[in-house]
Design a protein around this ligand. Structure first.
Ligand code: BG6
Length: 500
């Protein structure tokens, strides 16, 4: 439900960066344009660059015109007038005094009641430093609420994430720490719980008695682009699996919460991670495939392999693709494999969840035809948004054959043109103090614990070997073999049909 956002000041660390320009300014603008944010707010952009308030406002306006849908010139101008700029060295005490002075003026001018949201959209090495200074320099000491939003990566393994968490918790309570995973802001990821818990026909068969397997694919067509500095150290495992992929697994596998309250939902999600089978080195080798893209053809154009990308070590063993077979050892899911795969430079950009149901007890119809398809429930996360259910039916006429048909709901065509994007939803929620779609510390810790074992196995050389796949394909053959061994194959991403 959309509520009006309370008066507040937002301090945006990393205000001249890409994320701010492409996602955060447009997201805040949409909230303003739709009337969810009224006039009593201010945004202080912080970075190391030199800008006047006016220059910064012009930057904000131009980012919105470039990236926000249907931006109105007059509204943009009024919106941008709420923005202020402060050049800061975030490691220097003196900078925080200037910030405090500015915020005190803005608190008064915009009647924010001391409510402050700090958004850390900058290099992770400062994630611990900034909250410490915010508290030690008294900036968090106001009458209003204080919340902090942390972008990913939240650490790069369990020890570093724990250290970072301890640092942040010296200054902010867990309830006021909003760890962002933008996949949780996606319309169809949030829809998973409604599709499941709002439909008895699904929830009653959502278990190992009726579900054969689950597949989650998140494929990208882009390569590493200009992010090699970061990506070389993270690879697909840390970049996508530790966070986005595991979040989708949790949403599919969680038990129904007692109530739709943040802690009820997050409690159920964390229980999934507790039941996730943590792999031994031998199990990593068997169940996790890592790949790296080599050169290939995308849309008819020849593209370089990962090793020839800018700033990539020519001997790099960083994976740009991961496929894995996961097991959730609990009453509901024992025996149901969760296959996940994600990678860069793949044939299509698509995120899709496929629930494959078991066959009925007697093969009355499907024994004599190749057309038979298991029932599939596909949740199309992106680029199309929707749900489709594959059924078998009799084709028109007197042929005895079977015809798989799709019943489809297309969210793209029914939603209003400017349906909220992930960052808009997440900013809205944290300004209202709703942490449902943010990751709690115990989720983060468990997911790192799971991932660290894979990383360690790979580092020790006993885990999976690095495989290769041509750019423009759907990943290495080994990922197909992983499923073939169980009599399965990957369901290729589909489109939601327009006419439905
Ligand atoms: C980010 C990763 O978290 O998610 C990127 O760092 C990746 O490497 C991106 O490209 C994918 O997000 P989306 O929303 O485009 O699927």
């Amino acid at each position: 439900m959309i509520h009006s956002i309370p008066n507040a000041s937002i301090v945006l660390f990393g205000a001249t960066g890409d994320l701010a320009h492409r996602k955060l300014f447009p997201a805040l603008y949409q909230l303003y344009q739709k009337g969810h944010m009224k006039e009593n707010f201010s945004v202080v952009g912080v970075s190391r660059k030199e800008f006047s308030h006016e220059e910064f406002q012009a930057e904000v306006a131009s980012a919105i015109h470039e990236h926000a849908k249907g931006a109105d010139r007059q509204i943009v101008e009024k919106f941008a007038s709420h923005f202020y700029y402060l050049k800061m060295d975030v490691t220097s005490e003196a900078s925080y005094h200037e910030l405090e002075e500015l915020l005190n003026v803005l608190d008064r001018d915009y009647q924010t009641n001391g409510n402050r949201l700090y958004y850390l959209a900058m290099a992770p090495k400062f994630f611990g430093t900034i909250p410490t200074f915010l508290k030690s320099e008294g900036i968090t000491n106001t009458e209003g609420w204080q919340r902090i939003v942390i972008e990913k990566p939240f650490g790069n393994d369990l020890p570093s994430a724990t250290k970072l968490n301890e640092e942040i918790q010296q200054s902010f309570n867990e309830n006021d720490i909003y760890r962002i995973d933008h996949y949780l802001g996606k319309e169809m990821v949030q829809n998973i719980q409604v599709i499941r818990f709002g439909n008895a026909i699904f929830e009653s068969i959502w278990n190992n008695k009726y579900i054969d397997s689950v597949q989650i694919t998140s494929s990208e067509t882009l390569g590493v682009e200009d992010r090699a500095g970061y990506y070389e150290k993270s690879g697909a495992l840390l970049d996508m699996v530790q966070n986005h992929m595991l979040q989708m697994v949790m949403m599919v596998a969680m038990e129904p919460p007692g109530e739709l309250k943040p802690e009820h939902i997050r409690d159920e999600k964390v229980k999934v991670l507790r039941s996730l089978r943590f792999f031994s080195e031998e199990e990593v080798k068997k169940n996790v495939i890592r790949g790296q893209y080599s050169e290939g053809t995308m849309n008819g154009n020849q593209v370089p392999g990962y090793l020839n990308e800018e700033n990539v070590d020519p001997e790099s063993r960083t994976e740009t693709f991961v496929a894995a077979k996961l097991f959730i050892d609990n009453f509901r899911w024992t025996g149901v494999p969760f296959y996940i795969r994600t990678g860069k430079r793949m044939a299509v950009k698509s995120t899709e969840i496929v629930i494959q149901f078991k066959q009925g007890p007697m093969a009355l119809y499907h024994a004599n035809t190749e057309n038979y398809q298991p029932n599939l429930l596909r949740i199309h996360v992106q680029p199309d948004e929707g749900v489709s259910l594959t059924l078998n039916a009799k084709p028109k006429g007197d042929t005895p054959d079977l015809l798989p048909i799709d019943m489809t709901y297309n969210n793209n065509s029914t939603a209003e043109m400017n349906s909220p994007e992930a960052y808009e939803k997440l900013l809205h929620d944290c300004l209202l103090g709703n942490s449902t779609y943010f990751t709690r510390w115990d989720e983060v810790a468990l997911s790192w614990d799971f991932i660290d074992r894979i990383t360690k196995s790979w580092q020790d050389g006993t885990g999976s070997n690095l495989t290769h796949y041509p750019s423009g394909s759907m990943g290495p053959e080994e990922a197909d073999e992983l499923l073939k061994a169980d009599g399965h194959s990957w369901w290729e991403p589909t489109k939601v049909r327009e006419e439905c």
